[in-house]
Design a protein around this ligand. Sequence first.
Ligand SMILES: [Zn+2]
Length: 63
Amino acid sequence: MINNKEIIVKKKRYCKICGEAHYDGIMIIKSFICDNCVNSITNEEFDDKQYEDMKNKIKDILF
Ligand SMILES: [Zn+2]
């Protein structure tokens, strides 16, 4: 079985948030975010400062 994700993500991309290269992740607009960061965002496992940093980075991507 080939799913859409395997078709789209064939090579490593640099994550907009952590800056590391990963195979797995999502595209928001034209920016790649790796699964690790997506999980971090959705789990909200941040202290307040990390959460602020993350919000600012996501704003940079979206606006
Ligand atoms: Zn990342």
